[in-house]
Design a binder for this molecule. Structure first.
Ligand code: BES
Ligand code: ZN
Ligand code: ZN
Length: 474
């Protein structure tokens, strides 16, 4: 029996990410002074004697991004001092919203820069809290956003980051393919888009066999969610996101430990949605197409099996070496669909391999591209917005590792090496050389808490990509 399960809770995007800001004058707003470590002694010498005394005696440990509350002579909170790192100012205020006393704040002095936007963004990202299931301690600290250089850009980026975090943090039971579709509905509301989904057996009729094969074992029907936005005469940019609601591994079942975080396996879809939302809100002159293959990699009597051969949309046959390498399978049919419209650029995001995490750790997304100019532009954009990404090579000689005895290609290599590269090479097989393509293998999850980056779902490389797109197309 195949059920289209009801979706009782669809208030998926719960976080009002802009609640951490205020506009207009507030009389008792507390000033925040942001000072580079190297300027600290000089800055201190210009403070009142009582402030100097207090810093000297009470405040022995100054660390970047660790706010220090400074009292007035009556012991009331008078100001906040934050030490900033010259090469990385973004996260300076990241700890503030969750560690300062409730109240209103404004930036009185900002080290080095007249542009407050990175500080505001860092504050906003640090104010995030996932509230859908209670634990609702909404933001109690607010920062004035009046002096932003580009308030709209700050707000749009913050909303995109919160969207990604919310989508990823939501448990699989409430983020199945149909819920993902509802989220796409609510986030595209008000924009001129033609959102649709190809669901269940329609995937066979419309020739998306790999998406169907991976998703057919779940009671939650697999689907390809898609929409267009923007003017047809603008360059076409296609975003694709791996939307695996939950990755049990399929018949090649994961260990309990390996499965624990797999609600995040739709992180690629979340990233594609986040980037798409910024493109639309910032009105970038591109013709946007979004393709989200959404499935649950589940186990049941009709699950696809190791050794099965799938005929993909492209006609290439794929031998299933491992049902846990499902992401590349659903992505290849989405890529083939994208290629049919001859876009200027395809960008895909996917929580694709553990191997990418072995190579770069959990905090640096790997990217691959068939265009070195794209690589250079992206690397420069990434550095300018403090959003790290790192290129790995599409080393074509490793393609041999994907050779199959009976089909055109295997879905993964049986060698334990270069897993992120062979996954990218599998996808590369479906992208003609003439089409520019950028692929992200991303963790989508903070395994530890850092300033501005709470544990849990995370947007990684999103701001780098938005900056890259703005520079390239705006
Ligand atoms: N979703 C996982 C990849 C993953 C695991 C990303 C952990 C981030 C953290 C993916 O579907 C998967 O299971 N990949 C396998 C591929 C292997 C079977 C070739 C992996 O990486 O082990
Ligand atoms: Zn898997
Ligand atoms: Zn997966």
């Amino acid at each position: 029996m195949v059920l289209e399960s009801p979706a009782p809770r669809n208030e998926v995007v719960t976080t009002d990410s802009l609640q951490c800001f205020y506009t207009g004058k507030v009389s008792d707003s507390i000033p925040i002074n942001i000072v580079f470590h190297t300027d600290y002694e000089n800055w201190k010498s210009h403070q009142s004697q009582s402030v100097q005394n207090w810093l000297q005696t009470a405040c022995t440990k100054l660390e970047p991004s660790r706010p220090v509350c400074i009292p007035d002579t009556k012991g009331r909170m008078a100001s906040v001092l934050v030490i900033a790192e010259q090469e990385n100012i973004l996260w300076s205020l990241g700890n503030c919203p969750r560690s300062l006393p409730a109240g209103h704040y404004h930036i009185a002095h900002a080290a080095g820069s007249s542009n407050l936007d990175p500080y505001l963004l860092g504050w906003g990202m640090g104010a995030y809290h996932y509230t859908r299931y209670g634990k609702n301690e909404g933001p109690s600290c607010r920062l004035s956003i009046d002096d932003a250089r580009d308030k709209h850009q700050v707000e749009v980026l913050l909303e995109a980051v919160s969207l990604v975090r919310d989508l990823v943090n939501t448990p699989a039971s409430d983020m199945m393919p149909q819920h993902l579709y509802q989220c796409m509905q609510s986030m595209t509301e008000g924009f001129d888009v033609d959102l649709s989904a190809c669901v269940g057996d329609a995937l066979i009729e419309q020739n998306y066999p790999t998406i169907h094969a991976v998703g057919r074992a779940s009671v939650h029907l697999p689907r390809l969610i898609s929409w267009h936005w923007g003017r047809k005469n603008h360059p076409r940019v296609t975003l694709i996101g791996k939307g695996v609601s939950f990755d049990s591994g399929g018949l090649d079942i994961k260990s309990a430990r390996g499965m624990r975080l797999m609600k995040k396996d739709m992180g690629g879809a979340a990233h594609a949605a986040g980037v798409a939302s910024t493109i639309m809100k910032l009105n970038l002159p591109v013709h946007l197409q979004v393709l989200i293959p959404a499935v649950e990699n589940a186990i049941s009597g009709n699950a696809y099996r190791p050794g099965d051969v799938l005929t993909s949309r492209s006609g290439k046959t794929i031998e299933v070496e491992d049902t846990d390498a499902e992401g590349r399978l659903i992505l290849c049919d989405a890529i083939s669909r994208a290629v049919e419209d001859n876009p200027d650029l395809i960008i895909d995001f996917a929580t694709l391999t553990g191997a990418a995490r072995v190579a770069l750790g959990t905090e640096v997304p790997a990217f691959f591209t068939n265009d070195q100019t794209v690589a250079q532009e992206l690397t420069a954009a990434s550095a300018s917005v403090d959003d790290p990404v790192w290129q790995l090579p599409l080393h074509r000689p490793y393609r041999q590792l994907l050779d199959s005895d009976i089909a055109d290609i295997s879905n993964c290599s049986s060698s334990g090496y270069a897993g992120a590269i062979t996954a990218a090479l599998f996808l590369d097989e479906f992208v003609p050389d003439a089409i520019r393509w950028l692929h992200f293998d991303v963790m989508s999850w903070n395994t530890r808490e850092r300033a501005g980056r709470p544990k849990g779902g995370e947007a990684m490389g999103l701001r780098a990509v938005v900056e890259f797109l703005q520079r390239r197309y705006a």
